[in-house]
Write a protein that binds this ligand. Structure first.
Ligand SMILES: *[C@@H]1O[C@H](CO)[C@@H](O)[C@H](O)[C@H]1NC(C)=O
Ligand SMILES: *[C@@H]1O[C@H](CO)[C@@H](O)[C@H](O)[C@H]1NC(C)=O
Ligand SMILES: *[C@@H]1O[C@H](CO)[C@@H](O)[C@H](O)[C@H]1NC(C)=O
Length: 423
């Protein structure tokens, strides 16, 4: 009884299935025909002595990040590889004129081409298909977002150029099995900036490429190296880092015109130095960090700070000298007053003169002309006046020296940076 039921069930199932079985599409037939005896683990050549040439093409799409600390660069590239598969050949006449079809990349042989500089393959979307045409040419196109190891030279920051290479090679197969070649001419690839997102911090200069074979363990390996030559756009850093710093230096230079004896000059210079320190602390994140060499701009900041400090020290010294001389001159005039009572009122009023250089000079002239008798003290007073004018002259001299050092320093830096940014 059960057996009858099963037979009945099966027959019903069969009668339901047969009319619904679809006729295979031409595409399906072609795919089945091509993959029926295909072994995806075997290099697709009829004669094992012939090599498979893989043609490579690359378009740089963007530079996402350049990291000086880890010496790496994150890029997004469009990568294409094309090779000939001698087993995926058909006559389009037999298959409704189909000349191209896509196949799953898992089902066919794919060369093991890798980039030796990859530190980490980023978030590249997986592309599961390749395109094959009737003469067996397989096109494998995919976008790659990758982190590449690159030795970055930050010395010229923010006027730096970087040269990062992408080396494609077969990890395992020697040149006898897999050879490499460029799909387009090297010039066409070098100058191709169509897809490059040109609004970012980096400007693409060119992508020169070269082919060579390296020898490893008695076998030659073919490899193609692309050098990504990129240049940083410095404007952001010039506006954010250099110009504020230059402004502070200018204010510092102008502060030399504050009167020496008023005492505000030192307070002013100290506040500039303080402002500069705060500015520097805020900037530490923006400077690229490299272990080997400090970027020149770091040296620039330190030297700017040293200059501010020097100008402060210089002012302190001159003010100290000046106050010393003023006190002595006042003591001198007091002794002169005691010596001659007839000029008492004159001297008392003169002591209150607020502007020391002119007032003291006048006082000393008075003393020289009226007090011939006290020749010794007179000569001492004129010595004091000379000292005063010496102070002022010293101030002027140091200021000129400071300006000279500053000009030489600025000139050198400008020359260096101009050379880097225009070559
Ligand atoms: C393979 O190719 C080489 C030269 O290209 C030839 O000498 C050899 O006979 C070929 N082998 C076969 C099995 O066709
Ligand atoms: C297949 O593609 C290759 C490379 O794109 C091309 O050279 C060849 O002519 C194509 N074959 C056919 C039959 O379209
Ligand atoms: C970039 O670096 C490669 C080697 O890493 C070198 O062969 C090439 O000449 C360099 N290019 C420039 C423009 O410096």
């Amino acid at each position: 009884m059960i057996l009858v039921w099963i037979v009945l069930f099966l027959s019903v199932n069969l009668t339901e299935c047969v009319p619904e079985k679809p006729k295979r599409s031409t595409l399906n037939q072609l795919t089945r025909t091509l993959l029926r005896k295909y072994d995806c683990g075997v290099r697709p050549v009829h004669n094992w002595t012939s090599s498979t040439t893989v043609y490579i093409d690359l378009i740089l799409q963007s530079v996402l990040d350049v990291d000086g600390k880890t010496q790496s660069i994150t890029t997004s590239i469009w990568y294409r590889q094309i090779w000939r598969d001698e087993f995926l050949v058909w006559d389009p006449e037999d298959f409704d004129g189909i000349t191209e079809l896509s196949l799953s990349s898992d089902a066919i042989w794919v060369p093991d081409i890798i980039v030796t500089e990859f530190v980490e393959e980023g978030k590249s979307p997986p592309i599961p298909y390749v395109y094959v045409n009737s003469s067996g040419s397989v096109r494998n196109y995919r976008p790659i977002q990758a982190v590449l190891a690159c030795s970055l030279e930050m010395y010229a920051f923010p006027f730096d150029k970087q040269n990062c290479s992408l080396t494609f090679r077969s990890w395992l197969h020697s040149v006898k099995e897999i050879d490499l070649a460029l799909w387009r001419s090297a010039e066409a690839i070098a100058g191709d900036k169509r897809e490059f997102m040109n609004d970012g911090e980096w400007e693409l200069l060119s992508v020169p490429s070269q082919y060579w074979q390296i020898r490893q363990d008695d076998a030659d390996y073919a490899q193609i190296q692309f050098n990504l030559l990129i240049r940083r756009r410095p404007l952001l850093y010039v506006v954010g880092l250099l110009i504020p710093s230059i402004f502070l230096m200018l204010v510092d230079v102008v502060s030399f015109y504050l009167p020496l004896n008023s005492g505000t000059r030192i307070a002013f210079k100290i506040s500039i130095l303080l402002g500069y320190t705060v500015f520097r602390v805020n900037l530490t994140d923006e400077l690229p960090a490299t272990a080997l060499r400090t970027p020149l701009i770091g040296v620039f900041f330190v030297v700017c700070m040293a200059m501010l400090m020097l100008s402060l020290i210089k002012s302190i010294l001159v003010v100290k000298l000046l106050h010393h001389s003023e006190k002595e001159v006042k003591q001198m005039s007091l002794s002169a007053c005691l010596l001659d009572r007839s000029l008492e009122e004159d001297l008392l009023s003169l002591n209150d003169v607020p502007d020391p250089p002119s007032g003291l000079e006048w006082l000393l002239q008075e003393l020289v002309s009226l007090r011939m008798a006290f020749s010794q003290e007179d000569s001492e007073s004129s010595a004091q006046a000379e000292w005063l004018s010496l102070c002022l002259r010293l101030d002027r001299l140091l200021f000129r020296f400071y300006l000279l050092v500053l000009a030489v320093y600025t000139g050198t830096l400008l020359l260096l940076w101009a050379r880097w940014s225009f070559t």
